[in-house]
Design a protein around this ligand. Structure first.
Ligand SMILES: Nc1ncnc2c1ncn2[C@@H]1O[C@H](COP(=O)(O)OP(=O)(O)O)[C@@H](O)[C@H]1O
Ligand SMILES: [Mg+2]
Length: 264
């Protein structure tokens, strides 16, 4: 046993995912994925469209099953781990007829009215943490995209999941809101110690937020390289000027585009 094994939170072993497409051979969306994510890690998945990032997140969240291989959360098969995972997508997908507070409480309400009542205080605390207490009683339509996405993050945290799985959660936001939310999420991560698995198309976002970056490649979808970020905390905009940040940026570009920045 190596030292990391005890802290392993999510272990993906030799996972493949194939889709039947009507062609003779099934389409290989993910091929031979091996990935170990430790407790409290902030893992960024990065790679070209179609390399299987969303598919991998769906498998980890238990929304779909691998064709081959095995995924475990704290040693348990994923079916049992499903409720221990909170999800955030590119769109906030709030229910328009419920208030912001009721949206945040919603995952509890699906379980029972009693749990919903118990979680009201926690929902207000979460909304306060992201600066949304003022609008708790308003409908989603009265909020900006960034505020709605903050509410969606609160909703994903309401059942106190061990793991947050986030699929390009900031991609639809303007650049300034995106930056604000990046630092808010870094703070939530530092305070909660949750394991976060986050998909992005943005190399600076990956470098800024991560403890580990998994660079993926297409045809078939696979891991090209896993990079330990190795930069100090807390992260600030200055972090992106560190030599290590430039090094990571260059390496990721090489892996994705086959060449470094500035080269033809
Ligand atoms: N349900 C499905 N049926 C058939 N093909 C799928 C299905 N889901 C995803 N794919 C294919 O698998 C590949 C990976 O998709 P996806 O995980 O969404 O990629 P990414 O999120 O990296 O852009 C794509 O080529 C996509 O078309
Ligand atoms: Mg995707």
């Amino acid at each position: 046993m190596t030292a990391g094994v005890d802290r392993a939170h999510v272990v993906v072993s030799e996972v493949a995912k194939e889709f039947e497409t009507g062609a003779t051979e099934p389409f290989v969306a993910l091929d031979n994925i091996d990935l170990t994510i430790d407790q409290g890690e902030f893992v960024l998945l990065l790679g070209p469209s179609g390399c299987g990032k969303s598919t991998l997140l769906r498998l980890i969240a238990g929304l779909d099953a691998p064709t081959r291989g095995d995924i475990r959360v704290s040693g348990d098969p994923i079916a049992a781990g499903f409720e221990r995972i909170g999800m955030v997508f590119q769109q906030p997908t709030l229910l328009p007829w419920l208030s912001i507070l009721e949206n945040v409480v919603y995952p509890a309400r699906v379980r029972s009215q009693r749990l919903a009542r118990e979680k009201r205080g926690e929902a207000l605390r979460l909304l306060d943490m992201v600066g949304l207490s003022r609008v708790a009683d308003q409908p989603p339509s009265s909020l900006s995209g960034g505020m709605q996405q903050r509410a969606a993050i609160c909703r994903s945290l309401i059942l106190d999941p061990e793991i947050l799985v986030m699929d390009e959660p900031f991609s639809a936001l303007d650049a300034m809101t995106r930056e604000e939310l990046q630092f808010e999420l870094l703070r939530i991560h530092a305070d909660s110690g949750k394991t976060i698995i986050f998909v992005t198309h943005s190399i600076p976002e990956a470098v800024l937020m991560s403890s580990k970056i998994v660079v993926m490649a297409t045809s078939p979808g696979r891991i090209a390289e896993t990079l330990e970020t190795g930069m100090p905390h807390p992260r600030t905009l200055e972090s992106l000027r560190l030599d290590r940040a430039r090094e990571l940026d260059g390496r990721i570009r090489q892996l994705i585009y086959g060449r470094d920045r500035g080269q033809e």
